[in-house]
Design a protein around this ligand. Structure first.
Ligand SMILES: [Zn+2]
Length: 270
């Protein structure tokens, strides 16, 4: 991944998708904690979310973010919705400039899919339940059917998450994954334990849907191994923080401003 610092806050980006003209995207890193959970600290998390959106030159009031309930409901976000939560949604698609979308995670990969030519973007929360329910298929189908995208033109990035090194599951997860293309290649067995490769499952799913293999990039950052950078529910337990994935199409003026900011201080992380 590529790391960039803005106003002292460090963000991570996909190596390839960051070069798509007009597309802004970023993952927050620790200690930013941005999920819209109720309860203690909600106001502070909302403030951090707002800082992230404005760091990228976007309008906090126009931000729409997924509630995330581990199901397959999607929102199509145009200019009619107010900013705020997208209830019951684990994914969202937009074609509008200056309409930021966000998803959140503490171990689940977050996936960004973009059609650079038609300026369509989709975000999704690829938890194991969303992955085995083929949420990626619903996002791609929405982009194709509603926005005229062709799967072969889409670029995708699969973000940091609990990796195949660490993500042990029980057999109920394997059983629930019966619809995954090439299920056997998405699970490994070591020392009598079963591990689910969520990155590979989503990568194979996207390729099966018609994306070109070279157009699907993996962040390949395990949140359990890199708990210094990203929050991990498995490592830290209930009540841990969440990082976010922000994405938006920019209008020309905002893009210029954001790019100038990016060039101020690049900070590569080894
Ligand atoms: Zn790991």
């Amino acid at each position: 991944m590529h790391f960039v610092e803005i106003e002292g806050r460090r963000y991570a980006q996909f190596e390839r998708l960051r070069h798509v003209p007009g597309l802004l995207h970023a993952f927050s890193t620790r200690p930013m904690n941005v999920a819209p959970r109720d309860g203690a600290g909600a106001a502070e998390r909302a403030a951090q979310r707002g800082m992230m959106v404005s760091d990228w030159g976007l309008d906090t009031g126009r931000l729409c973010y997924c509630e995330q309930v581990h199901e397959t409901r999607l929102a199509f976000v145009d200019n009619s919705q107010p900013g705020g939560p997208l209830p019951g949604c684990d994914g969202a698609v937009t074609t509008r400039a200056g309409r930021p979308l966000m998803t959140f995670s503490a171990d689940c990969p977050l996936v960004l899919i973009a059609d650079p030519g038609r300026r369509v973007l989709g975000l999704m929360h690829a938890s194991w339940r969303c992955t085995v329910a083929l949420l990626a298929r619903r996002v791609v189908e929405l982009m194709v059917e509603r926005c005229g995208c062709r799967a072969a033109d889409l670029l995708a990035g699969i973000g940091p998450g609990a990796g195949p090194c660490c993500y042990e599951v029980q057999h109920d997860v394997y059983d629930a994954a019966a619809d995954l293309p090439e299920r056997e290649r998405c699970f490994t067995r070591r020392d009598g334990r079963l591990y689910f490769d969520l990155w590979e499952a989503n990568r194979r799913l996207l390729v099966w849907l018609g994306l070109q293999p070279q157009n699907v990039e993996l962040a390949a950052e395990c949140t359990m191994c890199r708990n210094d950078l990203f929050y991990s529910y498995r490592r830290e337990g209930a009540g841990c923080g969440h990082f976010g994935l922000l994405a938006a199409w920019t209008d020309v003026g905002r893009e210029g401003r954001a790019l100038r900011r990016e060039n101020l201080s690049l900070d590569e992380v080894g």
